[in-house]
Each structure stands twice: as C-alpha cells, then as structure tokens.
Design a protein around this ligand. Structure first.
Ligand SMILES: [Zn+2]
Ligand SMILES: [Zn+2]
Length: 331
C-alpha cells in the first residue's frame, strides 16, 4: 500500500507501508480524497515523522470492519473525523469527542487506505460528493463552524479575520454566509483576493496598511465586533485585541505558544471576551451538512487538486501560502 512519509525539511516520500489492520471498534477506509491542513505544515517543514504522515481529513469507502462495529458496512461511503473518543464518557455520549479526556487522534490519511474509529465515520448521503464530504467532515469547515457556534449573538455584525490561510478563508466563507460583514487581513495578495471571492467585503493588506488602524477605520472608528486570530502569531493576536471594539470578542483559532497578555489592558478595562475554539464536534457534521444543503458553497474553498502520486507538489504549493484548500485525489 502506498503511503506518504513526511521525511521532514519539506520532503515528501511516497513509500510502501503495511496494510492497516482494524482493531476492535475500527474500520479500514479506502481513500477517495484527502485534504491538506495548515496544521501539517509544522511537521512537513520541520523534523518530519519517523514514519507515515499526519494527514487527518479524508473520505473514502469502508473496505474492512473490525470486531464490535455496528452500523457500518463494506462499500459504504464515509467521511471521517480524525478525533475519536473513548465511547463511554458523558462527552462521547453527545458525540463531542474533542472534549473526551481519553480522545485519540487518527492520522496517516494521506495513504491508499487508513484506519479509522467506527464511531468517527460519518456515512455520506448520495447528494454529498467526495469533495463536499472531505470539507464538511474534515476540520476545513469544522473549525469555522465550531467557531461560529461561539459567536452566535445576533448583535454581531462585523467580523475581522486576521490570517487568510485555509482556516481564515473558511471563517470568511462561514461568517459571510451567516450574513456578517467580513474584513480579511493578511499580507499575501492572492489570499486577500480569495477572501473577497468567498464573501469578504473588505480586505486589508497588513504590508500596506496598519491593520489595527485600518480595521477600526472600516468599523466607524470603534473596531470590529469580533476579531478571529487565524494566523497563530503573537503580533496578530495583539492586533486582534487592539482592533476589536470595546466589549467585543477575540477568538483564538491559530495554535501558538505563550506570549504576554495583560488582564488590565487586554481584558478588564475594555470588557473584552476571548474564546478558544479547537477542531469540531462529530455531532456538528449534521448541522454543517444542513448549511451545505442550504447553499453554503463549500467547494469554493478548494484552490488546488492533485493526484495522490503528486503529493510532494501539492505540499510545495500549499506551503507557498498561495493556496486555500488543497486536495489529493486517489483513483
Ligand atoms: Zn486539520
Ligand atoms: Zn469519551
């Protein structure tokens, strides 16, 4: 079986790997489409992995079923959540696997076949294509949807998205679809152009403007109701706190380590709320499917498609910053 090995320092090797063997509660899925996620770039450009890859957004056909699996059959088309729960805690009962204290991550989805937890397989209805399926069951749309549930107030009219990579762009699409005015901030012209196509009313190139001043200016001088940090950088996070209106909300989507925040300056004196949003809940896939059926143009997020054999080229393009969602197609 062919599988992508992330060799590190920007190298992708296509190697032969062992066939996956399902344990109790697991299935093997033959891949139809997998998607590249920004969270893989750190591994890709950095140290790599001793074997395999951390691909975690994929759809395909169930080809093998382990013991103690019910509700799935051979030949079934499924989308897969990479996060699976223990199956017996209060969060798992609500299909909120990311909150399960014993959640498990399934990777290696850039491969001809991969292992998945049966509880994390979502049967795809016939009106859902592979490409739509990989977006609504992967975190490509999942993160922005999960985020949208945390900023659901009807008083929110203007959302500024800082960082127009795949997650930022997907936030633009989601928030614009929900009827908010969206301002996209980035330094790459191609990404800003993509944001405009996905529904942003304004774009701010932070190389040409002071992004804080510009966002405030575009929001009657008072700032955006919500600023979403989707770049994963301390300076972008600080820009979010400074560009949000008094009593507004800052959302953290981009992963990053510690940096100094002052309770007085960033929170207390301006009544700011900050929230984190990670991944999505398996139970939210139904709602994302409904949004798609109501007209959310999810496939507009796709900028590039490559055959599986060209995975190296796909990652090169993806890491250039000049793409939004990049998909691998398996024949
Ligand atoms: Zn991801
Ligand atoms: Zn659990």
């Amino acid at each position: 079986m062919r599988i992508v090995k992330m060799a590190g320092k920007g190298r992708i090797d296509m190697v032969d790997g062992p066939e996956p063997v399902p344990a109790s509660g697991e299935v093997v899925v033959e891949t139809a489409v997998s998607a590249l996620c920004g969270s893989e770039l750190h591994t890709y450009l950095g140290e790599g992995l001793p074997e395999g890859n951390n691909g975690h957004e994929a759809v395909g056909t169930v080809v093998e079923i382990g013991d103690n699996v019910s509700g799935l059959e051979i030949g079934q088309r499924v989308g897969v959540s990479a996060i699976a729960g223990c199956g017996h805690c209060e969060y798992c009962a609500k299909k909120q696997y990311t909150w399960c204290p014993e959640f498990k991550f399934y990777g290696n989805m850039h491969a001809e076949r991969f292992l998945a937890s049966a509880s994390s397989c979502y049967p795809l209805p016939d009106d859902v294509s592979w490409e739509v399926g990989v977006l609504i069951t992967g975190d490509g749309l999942g993160v922005p949807y999960h985020t949208s549930r945390k900023i659901a107030s009807s008083e929110i009219k203007t959302v500024a998205v800082f960082g127009a990579g795949p997650v930022g762009l997907s936030n633009v699409l989601m928030q614009a679809h929900l009827g908010r005015r969206v301002i996209a901030v980035d330094i790459v012209p191609e990404r800003l152009a993509a944001a405009k196509k996905l529904g942003a009313s304004d774009s701010v190139n932070a190389k040409e403007w002071d992004p804080i001043e510009r966002v405030r200016e575009l929001c009657d001088g008072i700032g955006a109701d919500v600023c979403i940090e989707a770049a994963g950088r301390p300076e972008t996070a600080m820009a979010c706190f400074n560009a949000v209106r008094t009593a507004g909300t800052v959302v953290f989507n981009g992963e990053q380590g510690a940096f100094p925040l002052s309770p007085s300056d960033q929170f207390i004196r301006r009544d700011i709320t900050a929230v984190g949003a990670w991944f999505y809940h398996f139970c939210e896939i139904d709602q994302m499917l409904q949004l798609y059926r109501d007209g959310l143009p999810v496939t507009d997020l796709i900028s590039h498609r490559y055959p599986f054999a060209d995975t190296a080229t796909a990652f090169e393009k993806f890491s250039s910053g000049q793409s939004s969602k990049v998909l691998l197609h398996y024949s």
